[in-house]
Design a protein around this ligand. Structure first.
Ligand SMILES: CC(C)(COP(=O)(O)OP(=O)(O)OC[C@H]1O[C@@H](n2cnc3c(N)ncnc32)[C@H](O)[C@@H]1OP(=O)(O)O)[C@@H](O)C(=O)NCCC(=O)NCCS
Length: 200
């Protein structure tokens, strides 16, 4: 889907496009990053990443951004970070007003608060621009880092999807968490309620 570029205090979030192949290759073959994904398990080369980008660019149920450190008005260490990672909304359902969110940060940029900056920006876009009422996610029960992040951001536990994915010869349980628009509004938009926008 065509999405707008977004800005956060330290980052520019650009709609994913073919210029971002090399950026994605910064983490696509790093097992510390891909080990918690059911998609990025195979070795990735430019061709595979390009196919992935083209599929997601054209998918009307998907909004995908690549995040880059802003170069103006930020501390030098922020300005030199370059590409940071991706945040994306997918399985967006305009009938039910729900969709999923996902995030990937390259390992060199972990623990600098980037995910906590990127996710609210994508969530806000999902609720405000895309008319979602509920944004949810699934995370491997072994991914304690991501689980801690999501709970810190206000996602509520919904339960465990048992043996939900068969990956690398093993069945994996997934935590299911979600954040309703009203909860987001309460937590992040204290200055006023979100405008209700007709669904595109
Ligand atoms: C999970 C991931 C997105 C976090 O990105 P990040 O930019 O490092 O996250 P932030 O620095 O914004 O926030 C880190 C928060 O995660 C949580 N966290 C980090 N390590 C943790 C751990 N070992 N246990 C529990 N919570 C942890 C904390 O809440 C922490 O916040 P704090 O440092 O302010 O206390 C990143 O590590 C990543 O891309 N991992 C690989 C891909 C992945 O797992 N994606 C999610 C798939 S569902």
């Amino acid at each position: 889907m065509n999405v707008d570029a977004l800005q956060t205090p330290r980052l520019n979030l650009l709609p994913l496009n073919l210029d971002h192949i090399d950026a994605i290759l910064e983490w696509a073959n790093d097992p510390a990053v891909t080990g918690h994904s059911h998609f990025w398990r195979q070795p990735s080369d430019r061709k595979r990443v390009a196919r992935f980008i083209l599929e997601h660019e054209d998918d009307p149920s998907c909004a995908y951004w690549a995040a880059f450190g802003r170069t103006e008005g930020v501390a030098p260490e922020e300005a030199s970070v370059g590409y940071v990672g991706n945040v994306f909304l997918f399985h967006l359902n305009r009938d039910y007003h729900h969709g999923q969110i996902g995030i990937t940060i390259k390992q060199a940029a972990w623990n600098r608060g980037y995910a906590q900056e990127m996710m609210p920006a994508a969530l806000r876009y999902g609720y405000r621009q895309l008319g979602m009422n509920k944004i949810y996610l699934q995370v491997f029960t072994t991914n304690t880092r991501a689980l801690g992040l999501y709970r810190k951001l206000g996602f509520q536990d919904e339960g465990v999807l048992r043996a939900h994915y068969y990956v690398n010869g093993t069945y994996h349980d997934m935590h299911s968490l979600s954040l309703l628009r009203s909860e987001f509004e309460e937590r992040y938009e204290k200055e006023g309620s979100l405008p209700t926008k007709p669904l595109p």
